[in-house]
Design a protein around this ligand. Structure first.
Ligand code: ASP
Ligand code: MG
Length: 424
């Protein structure tokens, strides 16, 4: 008999009926004799709704209180699921992240797991229960306060528990059949990927593919946890996320150069105009941003203009941090001596990812040519060994994703299914 972690996302438990449906699915797995650990997300769009509510009460809620509020979403669904399982004759106990031993750093809203001490979960399993753990939350080792792990982080809770409890694998249940070659909500001809390596999955997640939380994939790679992403609405096999060398290749004819196209509408672009071309200016700028704990993504610096020996620097960052970054930069405007700050959140990032590009020349040319044919203007470009990303205007994102998908031969003749969810 095996030991399986199953994580159900918000759209799989959006209302009472769906909770009962998920309970029946869990009861089947338990009936096969497996140890079952469930990690659950908040119902439907609960987290967004709680966030909206907080902002109606206060324009800048304290992050500690926000975590107290947001963690209730997962606590609700965990308790409800335990009730539904009991009615099916399946013994089940729900736990908050803290009760399940998810120990984190103290950073509210974006805490990291530093240890898992799942003693109570282990005992519950040994006593024959299904253990249900509220996702996306833990408790700080130092402050003893409740923390959250970042949006979408129930995936990470699931993989972390799978590693700590020595599970055979971790199933991530969603409202689509698996990881697709592009977001099926934008590209209906996207195809399901049967197997994908950790590296490619990490690049896709980092590039905005929301199907798996980035830290969950990093965790899975580090701890060697096999992840199966699949739909809770069917019994179809989904996408297996594995070590890159275990991914079975199709025939050489079928082997695609690009594995998938991802997009991200969550970033903004800041341009600092007229930065004096002197040693240390870039360091001062990015230190000011780093001191506010803002993660930046792409950076572009132009060659300096001869006329005024100054240059422009642009970078992208999470849209949510835009205001903080502008404040930080205004504070150093006089010491650095730049001329102007421009802020643009009407942008999006489109990325193509695939280990195949290591050995195939011309991938960049094909990508940019496809975008040019769609009249998409490129504002910024960045690459890694297995990824090429561009920043484009917000209105161009959908067209750019579709054009890239077609240009690399990823279109399928079947239409991808989206079973539920608002994509919010
Ligand atoms: N409920 C949280 C969110 O919406 C965590 C999750 O679902 O993974 O971000
Ligand atoms: Mg998710």
């Amino acid at each position: 008999m095996g030991r399986i972690v199953q994580k159900y996302g918000g759209s799989s438990v959006a209302d009472a009926e769906s909770i009962k449906r998920v309970a029946r699915r869990i009861a089947r797995t338990r009936g096969d004799g497996h140890d079952v650990i469930i990690v659950i997300s908040a119902m439907g769009d609960t987290t967004d709704e709680l966030m909206d509510l907080a902002l109606q009460v206060s324009p800048r809620p304290k992050s500690r209180e926000l975590d107290m509020l947001l963690t209730t979403g997962e606590r609700q669904s965990a308790a409800l699921l335990a009730m539904a399982l009991s009615d099916l004759g399946v013994d089940a106990v729900s736990y908050t992240g803290s009760q399940a031993g998810v120990i984190t750093t103290p950073t509210h809203g974006n805490a990291r797991i530093i240890d898992i001490t799942p003693g109570r979960v282990e005992t519950a399993l040994q006593e024959g229960n299904v253990a249900i753990v509220a996702g996306f939350q833990g408790v700080s080792q130092t402050t003893k306060d409740v923390t959250t792990l970042g949006r979408g982080a129930s995936d990470t809770t699931a993989v972390a528990l799978a590693a700590a409890l020595g599970a055979d694998y971790c199933e991530i249940y969603s409202d689509v059949d698996g990881v697709f070659t592009a977001d099926p909500r934008i590209v209906p001809s996207a195809r399901k990927i049967d197997q994908i390596g950790y590296e490619e999955m990490m690049e896709l997640a980092a590039s905005g593919a929301k199907i798996l939380h980035l830290r969950c994939v990093e965790y899975a790679r580090r701890e060697n946890v096999t992840v199966h992403v699949r739909s809770s609405f069917t019994d179809l096999s989904g996408t297996w996320v594995l070590p890159q060398e275990e991914v079975e290749k199709g025939s050489p004819m079928e082997e695609a150069i690009i594995t998938g196209v991802a997009h991200d509408r969550g970033e903004a672009k800041i341009t600092i105009v007229g930065v004096p071309d002197q040693v240390g200016e870039a360091a001062a700028i990015f230190k000011a941003v780093a001191d506010r704990e803002i993660n930046i993504d792409m950076i572009v610096q132009n060659v300096s203009r001869l006329s005024d020996v100054a240059t422009d620097i642009s970078f992208t960052l999470p849209m949510a941090d835009g205001r903080k970054a502008i404040e930080a930069l205004e504070e150093i405007r006089d010491t650095v001596g730049f001329k102007e700050l421009l802020y643009d959140d009407q942008v999006g990032k489109v990325s193509i990812v695939g280990v195949g590009m290591r050995s195939h020349p011309g991938v960049t040319a094909t990508f940019f040519d496809a975008l040019a044919k769609e009249q998409v203007n490129l504002q910024m470009i960045s690459t890694s060994e297995i990824r090429i990303s561009v920043v484009v205007g917000a209105d161009d994102v959908d067209r750019a994703v579709r054009a890239a998908h077609t240009a690399f031969g990823l279109d399928s003749t079947d239409e991808a299914k989206v079973y539920a969810g608002t994509g919010r």
